[in-house]
Design a protein around this ligand. Structure first.
Ligand code: FES
Length: 333
C-alpha cells in the first residue's frame, strides 16, 4: 500500500549529526513542538529549497527517506549523503543547513511500503545511502520478532551509516552481513536470489547497478513478485513508443492539452491548462509526487516508482515522464 501527503510545512532543524563519513542526519521538528504526522518505513519527504514564487519547473526540491524512530512523533530524521557530482541538493544540505534553520518540507509519502508478515522471512538489501529506507524496515522486522536478514554494501565501513544500530538489532545472530568494498567484500546478488525461499519478501534500495542486477536475478528465477525496490536514480529509457504528438483530456476541467514529442505531459498541462493543479517535485520519475489516475488510454510508463504489477494495471501514471502509447488519453486531473 502506498500513501501520500501533499501538505507542506516549515520545520526547524533541531539537531545535525555526522552519521558516517559524508553522511549527515538532520532532525526536523515543528517550531511549536507539536507532533508531526505518523509515517511508516519506506516513506520519504521532499525538502524544498526554493520559495513558493519560483515556477514549478525551476524549483529545487530533493527527496529523502525518513530514517528516525517512527514511534517518536516529535521528530522526522533524514540522512543525506554528500554527492559533489550530484545535482546540488546534498551539497546544499551539507554546506548550508545548520541547527536552527527552517526548512520547507512536503510529505510524507510512501511508494516503498514494507509488509511485516509473521512466519515469513524478510530479506533486506541496501547499497550505500540506500540503507535509509531499509533501516526502518529492519527495525520493524526486529521488533515484530519475524525472521529477517540484511545484506548491506558500501565503499568502506566508515562511509556506511547506522552500522552500530544494525549490529545491535542483529544481537549477534548473524542476520546482518556487511560488505565494505575497501576490505574486498562484495555483495553476492546471485546468493541473495538463491537464498530467498518461496514466499520470502525482498526489499532493496541502492545504486542503479545493484537494483538492476537484483531485478535481473529475480526475473531469471521467475520470482519478480518477491522483489520490491526503491531507486534514487531515474531509469534510462529509449525513445518513446508513441513518437507523435498526443492529446491528454483532463477529466476535471474538460481541457484537452496536446503533448509534443520532447515535451512531458506535465509541461503541456502547465503551459496549456495553467489552472489545473498537478504537484511535482523531482520531475524525473523517481519521487511519485506527480502521480495522476488514468481513466482511459494506453500508457507507456517511464517512471522509476511503479511496480511491474502497477504498470500492468496502469491505474495511474507519473506525468513528469510517462507518456501516452496512443493518440489520446484521459487522466483524472
Ligand atoms: S515529479 Fe517526481 S515522479 Fe514526477
Amino acid at each position: 500500500m502506498s500513501y501520500f501527503s501533499d501538505v507542506e510545512r516549515d520545520l526547524v532543524v533541531a539537531a545535525r549529526t555526522e552519521l558516517a563519513h559524508g553522511v549527515v542526519a538532520l532532525d526536523l521538528v515543528a517550531h511549536n513542538g507539536r507532533d508531526l504526522p505518523a509515517w511508516e518505513p519506506g516513506s520519504h519527504v521532499d525538502l524544498i529549497f526554493s520559495d513558493a514564487r519560483t515556477p514549478a519547473a525551476e524549483r529545487v526540491e530533493r527527496q529523502y527517506s525518513l530514517c528516525g524512530d517512527a514511534a517518536d512523533r516529535s521528530t522526522w530524521r533524514v540522512a543525506v549523503l554528500r554527492e559533489d557530482e550530484g545535482r546540488g541538493g546534498s551539497v546544499r544540505v551539507h554546506d548550508e543547513v545548520q541547527v536552527g534553520k527552517r526548512l520547507r518540507v512536503r510529505g510524507p509519502r510512501n511508494h516503498f511500503s514494507c509488509e511485516i508478515v509473521p512466519g515469513k522471512t524478510h530479506r533486506f538489501v541496501a547499497g550505500g545511502i540506500g540503507i535509509t529506507p531499509i533501516l526502518g524496515m529492519v527495525r520493524a522486522a526486529a521488533h515484530a520478532g519475524v525472521d529477517w536478514t540484511l545484506d548491506y554494501a558500501g565503499r568502506s565501513l566508515s562511509t556506511m551509516a547506522f552500522v552500530d544500530e544494525l549490529r545491535a538489532l542483529d544481537a549477534g545472530q548473524g542476520r546482518v552481513r556487511l560488505y565494505p568494498a575497501d576490505a574486498g567484500a562484495r555483495l553476492d546478488v546471485a546468493g541473495v536470489v538463491d537464498a530467498a525461499g518461496e514466499g520470502d519478501l525482498v526489499y532493496a534500495c541502492g545504486p542503479a547497478r545493484l537494483i538492476a542486477a537484483l531485478e535481473e536475478g529475480f526475473a531469471d528465477a521467475g520470482r519478480t513478485e518477491a522483489l520490491r525496490v526503491e531507486r534514487f536514480e531515474a531509469i534510462e529509457y529509449g525513445e518513446p513508443v508513441w513518437p507523435d504528438p498526443f492529446e491528454v483530456e483532463l477529466a476535471l476541467s474538460g481541457d484537452v492539452v496536446t503533448v509534443q514529442p520532447g515535451q512531458s505531459v506535465l509541461e503541456a498541462i502547465e503551459e496549456q491548462s495553467p489552472a489545473t493543479m498537478v504537484l511535482s517535485s523531482c520531475r524525473r520519475g523517481t519521487c511519485g509526487t506527480c502521480e495522476v489516475p488514468v481513466l482511459e488510454g494506453q500508457i507507456e510508463h517511464r517512471d522509476s516508482v511503479l511496480t511491474p504489477l502497477e504498470r500492468e494495471q496502469s491505474a495511474s501514471m507519473m506525468v513528469c515522464v510517462s507518456r501516452a502509447a496512443c493518440a489520446r488519453i484521459v487522466i483524472d486531473a
